[in-house]
Ligand binder design. Structure first.
Ligand code: C2O
Ligand code: CU
Length: 493
């Protein structure tokens, strides 16, 4: 009689044991995936020196204990451009009339179009009136000093409601850029916390800014859904600055006349040839400048954002919609334009070589089971921290076998595209800060490490970054006093 309970107990224990044997590796994986409530970006993952030395040369580091991000500020002096931008959480009306419940900057979204001239000292003060989670401003594509980069928890604390923060930087490269919050960016950018910034070159051109954004499933250009119109006389030479502020690639291009792709990500292309009817695949976060002449045959230029359904007609008052739209072809920057000799550094003499392999696998991300993005086979937070020293020539190979495309964005630097899938770049030097890496593709890029700091290097499909497709490029000897999480609730993604 006493046999039964004992056997039962034993059976229970065996069952428990085998459950544990199955569960404990899972429990272990779960437990090790947990991200602490507060941590430093510097503690994230593991150091990858890319074959270079672990420390900066003795001449650099002797007698100093490194530099703090907080010291890497923009210049002092009287600003040439001085803008105050007030962020609010509120209902607002799109330029085309629909109501959106989201975020505004100075009462609208997109926020103010900031303009500077080459060489200007730009000062922008962010006032957070009512964004409950806090906010920041990141200058997407402008290689500002690190303390001005606007990443909550890495280069500053998130700006709480009632607080303000001033950004200062020199406008060193003419081109098309944008700015957006880098606090809870996957939600704040989607819901409107962004604007455009253009740096004019020595010879300003007639330009049109076209910021594409989808508000609540309604795609718009400068806040206009559907087809909108901009009046310009026939014969006007125009540069259309197209900015993709969404999370996925958008096919753009000009119909109605031939055009040239004159700049990408704030860098001029060399020897741009006329494009007739082809489209251009603009990565999320990326910018492209398209140059054309407003036709004199009664037709307008039509800029498409994904399709003609969301487009901007540019031409005289009664100009027609162009008879022929974009063809199925796309401009390929790998072979577009004319090569140039000197890049300013030699990618063949790299001091560091990194792999940025994007994959996907089941696992736990901060305790949550799912199918998550991996970098070099690892899940956030166990991702590589790419270490460089100032002056290094850096090569990076980005491969993607994750099943989806990723617009990869490196802060603080522009990289040159060397090759795609083993085919060397044969066109204009192609400098980029936001590179679409399609599923199955491999890109080799190179850059000069000339901007010390701790820089995010992430997917600009912002929900992907939140899902772990993010890491940092860090300079030896640079530290950050800011913390992710913690009392300021810093949450860059
Ligand atoms: Cu446009 Cu890390 O950002
Ligand atoms: Cu992605």
């Amino acid at each position: 009689m006493a046999e039964a309970p004992r056997r039962k107990r034993r059976r229970t224990l065996v069952a428990l044991g085998s459950a544990l044997a199955v569960l404990s590796p899972l429990a272990y994986l779960w437990a090790t995936s947990l991200v602490p409530g507060e941590y430093s970006a510097m503690e994230m993952g593991y150091v990858d020196n890319g074959g270079g030395p672990a420390h900066a040369g003795d001449h650099q580091e002797h007698g100093q204990h490194g530099r703090s991000v907080a010291e890497l500020r923009g210049p002092d002096g009287k600003p040439d451009v001085d803008v105050t931008v007030t962020a609010r959480k509120e209902k607002f009306t799109l330029a085309s009339g629909q109501t959106v419940d989201g975020f505004t900057l100075n009462g609208s979204s997109p926020g103010p179009a900031i303009r500077a001239r080459l060489g200007d000292l730009v000062q922008v003060t962010l006032v957070n009136e009512s964004v409950p989670e806090g906010a920041t401003l990141h200058w997407h594509g402008i290689d500002v000093p690190n303390a001005e980069d606007g990443v909550a928890g890495v280069t500053q604390d998130s700006v709480a409601p009632g607080k303000r923060h001033t950004y200062r930087f020199r406008a060193e490269q003419a081109g098309t850029y944008w700015y957006h919050s880098h606090q809870v960016s996957s939600e704040q950018v989607r819901d409107g916390l962004f604007g455009t910034i253009v740096i004019d070159g020595p010879a300003p051109v007639r330009d049109v800014i076209a910021a594409i954004h989808t508000y609540d499933d309604r795609r718009s250009i400068n806040g206009h859904t559907g087809q909108s119109r901009l009046e310009l006389p026939a014969g006007t030479k125009v540069r259309v600055r197209v900015i993709n502020t969404d999370n996925a690639v958008i096919r753009t291009g000009l119909a109605g006349a031939t055009y040239r792709v004159v700049a990408v990500d704030g860098r001029e292309l060399r020897g741009p040839t006329p494009v007739s009817g082809a489209g251009y695949l603009l990565p999320a976060g990326g910018r492209v400048d398209l140059a054309a002449v407003v036709p004199s045959d009664g037709s307008a230029l039509r800029l498409d954002a994904g399709s003609a359904a969301t487009s901007l007609l540019i031409g005289p008052r009664d100009s027609r919609v162009p008879a022929v739209g974009l063809s199925a072809e796309n401009v390929d920057l790998l072979s577009y334009g004319t090569p140039a000799g000197d890049l300013g550094f030699d990618p063949e003499r790299a001091d560091r070589r990194f792999e940025y392999r994007i994959g996907r696998r089941p696992g736990f991300l901060d305790g949550k089971p799912g199918l998550w993005w991996t970098i070099n086979g690892k899940l956030m937070p166990d991702v590589p921290m790419y270490m460089v020293s100032e002056g290094d020539v850096v090569r990076m190979r980005i491969t993607n076998t994750s099943g989806q495309a990723h617009p990869m964005h490196l802060h603080g630097h522009h990289a040159i595209v060397l090759s795609r899938d083993g085919v060397a770049s044969s066109g204009s030097p192609w400098w980029t800060d936001t590179l679409e890496v399609g599923d199955g593709e491999t890109y080799e890029i190179a850059f000069l490490a000339d901007n010390p700091g701790i820089w995010m290097d992430h997917c600009h499909n912002l929900p992907h970054a939140k899902e772990g497709l993010m890491t940092h490029l860090a300079y030896t000897g640079v530290t950050t006093p800011y913390r992710i999480g913690g009392q300021h609730h810093n949450e860059p993604e």
